[in-house]
Design a protein around this ligand. Sequence first.
Ligand code: GDP
Length: 197
Amino acid sequence: MVIKEAKFLMSNTRVEECPVPDKPEYAFIGRSNVGKSSLINMLTEQKNLAKTSASPGKTQLINHFLINNEWYLVDLPGYGYAKVGKESRESWRKMINYYFQKRENLTCVFVLIDSRHEPLKADLEFINKLGTMGVPFVLVFTKTDKQSAAKTDSTIAVYTRKLQETWDELPRMFRTSSAERVGRDELLNFIQEINEQ
Ligand code: GDP
């Protein structure tokens, strides 16, 4: 897929105020610092479409972008911020759950995982929740340039093992490096294939 146009539309805290759900929507989510903004900027070929984390965890907004006037890209607030209190975590959980339940055009969630880190409880809980809710999702292992391919393989193997404990079917898994532009074509082709179905 060629990105001809990528523009920011709006930021929301309320699902009801999101853009009219008339186009397929792809949402990106992950722990703070996982490389989400860098990945969105790489995909859209813009330096600063998604802001690289200036003040992590401060605002919890659903950010909509319109790509090629054809599909929505959504930058969801991340989880796992050390500085965020219990109350804020709970409001994040509610907003995200509501978004997953109500956003009828939601087509796929890209769950970003730092390819250097083995799963923490919160990561697995989050992934399992998507599965339980029946939300289509894939896993994206980020920052693969930071280590050997073998180390990335081993992180992916651990995730695979853990998910096999619960699920018969495993999600698609992608490897990306925004620094080296790895995985861009794979992710965009994946989106294009779904959009053309
Ligand atoms: P976010 O908080 O998930 O939006 O993460 P950012 O995109 O702001 O990235 C967090 C940090 O990781 C920044 O210092 C980025 O420069 C760095 N980073 C993100 N993606 C990559 C990558 O693919 N490779 C490398 N080496 N660094 C990355």
